[in-house]
Design a protein around this ligand. Structure first.
Ligand code: SF4
Ligand code: SF4
Length: 519
């Protein structure tokens, strides 16, 4: 047994809910691929950090896998073309996020040939490659956390200390979503290869693969892949099926009994947590030289004719996903990116697939809360009991209702993971998570405004100091001039007085020396 291994005491995290999974809708058949689209729409801000900077112009011919928008700052990442074709346009389209209504996208027109650029060759001997070269390849390949966080994986690995324990998150807990389940059932080998590459890049000797107990097919496939790899550093752990077990902090608490400090990161307690889909993407980037241009997305919901898991290219318009799932049988159905608990409602079907899109949920309108039947809070405390972040949702709600943002922050608003558990149990049907999302966005806005005001104040003070300095310098120069003048004046007066005395003396001497007066 390796001495660096962390102790695992599979248990429970605080709070959480047992929810109906609805996953059978999509897991009944194998992962399917979509035909090539005519156009792909690449959002430049589809990752955590600054927007990527386009490095192509309209009319340029490009190949699949070619970088079309470069990483701009940290922890940003690059965006690669999903196919070969031509850069057709830059367009503003409905945004795949709740934070903005429209988003700037780069439009690629496919040439139908689907030629790849092979810009990055395969690192076949990755077992002996330098860890830094593997991290660099992961960063170049535009890989981000595919569980939804979309934080650049290269940056995450790069800042981790050596000897951390790697946790692979296969706990897909939100109802309807089964893309990771499908991936583990069908492509377990690619996940395990990715995990071993990540262990080398991290300099780590311990990897836990966490899967919920209600996924027996995925567990069996992953066990076989681990056995076939013959790598003793890998261990599979079955955890309780409880929502939100897939949340990074909840998974860590369930696996180790330890809590990530509020405001801190898993690496503060020696852990790095990555999604199983991210590991598979790392495997493809290193072993095949393929950047991240596709992902598995669950396309599901009672309003779809044939839900399923699909291997989709980033940038595909979601109307093509709906069509691939047999079409929608309810004209009033709503589109949601993600699951019913944490998903983002989409404006329409022109929105493209982004790296974060683990699920496209199509729900009949009557299955969505209409905000009716709300009653006052009765202080029952049920929301606090289920809160996995150990918060007091009712207190935060009271503060936010009266727009007291700072007290809400003091109650831990920043630590809310927007899981929606409190909404589900609230007998007064209060839209608590909606309040918390809004409160967090207001605090963010206030922070940005404060930063701007602080910047403006500093500029104003610097300008005043500069003007004061210039004024003081001018006054000093004037005073010096005045002094010099005074001095010059007094010097010339004295000289005039001396000249007068000398002249007088000379006159007197001349008078004394007149002829006839000498002795
Ligand atoms: S569950 Fe609802 S009613 Fe009960 S304390 Fe929380 S907010 Fe109030
Ligand atoms: S949404 Fe926030 S406050 Fe409500 S249960 Fe989840 S973490 Fe707690």
């Amino acid at each position: 047994m390796n001495s660096t291994r962390i102790a695992v005491t599979p248990g429970r995290f605080h709070g959480g809910l047992k929810l109906d999974g609805h996953r059978k809708l999509a897991t009944g058949k194998p992962i399917a691929s979509l035909p090539l689209s005519e156009r792909y729409y690449l959002w430049l801000e589809q990752h955590h950090g600054p927007a990527a900077l386009p490095c192509v112009a309209v009319g340029d011919r490009i190949l699949g896998g070619q970088i079309v928008a470069a990483q701009e700052g940290r922890p940003g990442t690059a965006i690669h073309s999903p196919t070969s074709g031509i850069v057709a346009d830059f367009q503003d389209l409905p945004a795949p996020t709740a934070q903005m209504s429209s988003a700037h996208m780069l439009v690629i027109e496919s040439d139908g040939e689907d030629r790849a650029c092979h810009e990055f060759g395969a690192i076949t001997d990755w077992e002996n490659a330098a860890p830094e070269s593997l991290t660099e390849r992961i960063a170049q390949s535009g890989i981000v956390g595919l569980g939804g966080a979309v934080f650049a994986t290269g940056a995450k690995i790069g800042r981790a200390a050596a000897n951390v324990t790697l946790i692979l998150n296969g706990a897909e807990c939100e109802p309807y979503i089964s893309c990771d389940d499908g991936l583990m059932r069908e492509r377990a080998d690619s996940i395990i290869t990715g995990a071993r590459i990540l262990l080398r890049a991290l300099g780590s000797k311990d990897c836990l693969v966490a899967i919920e107990r209600d996924k027996p097919e995925a567990i069996a496939a992953m066990e076989t892949a681990i056995r076939d790899a013959g790598d003793e550093r890998l261990r599979l752990e079955r955890i309780f099926s409880l929502y939100p077990a897939g949340g990074e902090r909840q998974l860590i608490e369930a696996l180790t009994g330890r809590q990530v400090p509020r405001g801190g990161l898993p690496q503060d307690i020696g852990l790095v947590c990555l999604n199983v889909g991210t590991a598979a993407a790392v495997g493809r980037a290193v072993c095949r030289g393929q950047p991240l241009t596709s992902r598995i997305t669950t396309v599901t919901g009672p309003a779809l004719v044939a839900p399923g898991n699909f291997d989709v290219r980033i940038g595909t318009p979601i109307r093509e996903l709906v069509a691939a799932a047999g079409g929608c049988n309810d004209p009033s159905a709503r589109l949601i990116m993600g699951g019913p608990m944490m998903g983002v409602p989409l404006q329409d079907d022109r929105v493209p697939v982004v790296k974060a899109m683990n699920c496209l949920l199509v729900l009949p309108a009557n299955e969505l809360s209409d905000g009716q039947n709300q009653r006052p809070c009765i202080r029952c405390g049920d929301c606090a009991e289920v809160c996995p972040a150990r918060l007091l949702p009712q207190q935060m709600y009271w503060e936010l209702r009266d727009e007291r943002f700072e007290p809400a922050r003091e109650f831990g608003l920043d630590a809310c993971i927007e899981c929606g558990c409190c909404d589900v149990v609230c007998p007064s049907h209060l839209p608590l998570t909606q309040y918390f999302r809004w409160g967090k966005s207001q605090l963010h806005k206030q922070f940005i405004e404060h930063e701007r005001a602080e910047h403006a104040r500093q500029r104003f003070e610097a300008r005043n100091a500069r003007l004061e300095k210039q004024k003081a310098e001018r006054q000093a120069r004037l005073a010096a001039k005045r002094e010099a003048l005074e001095k010059a004046r007094s010097d010339s007066g004295r000289r005039a007085a001396i000249d007068e005395i000398m002249a007088r003396k000379k006159r007197a001497a001349d008078e004394n020396n007149e002829p006839g007066q000498s002795e």
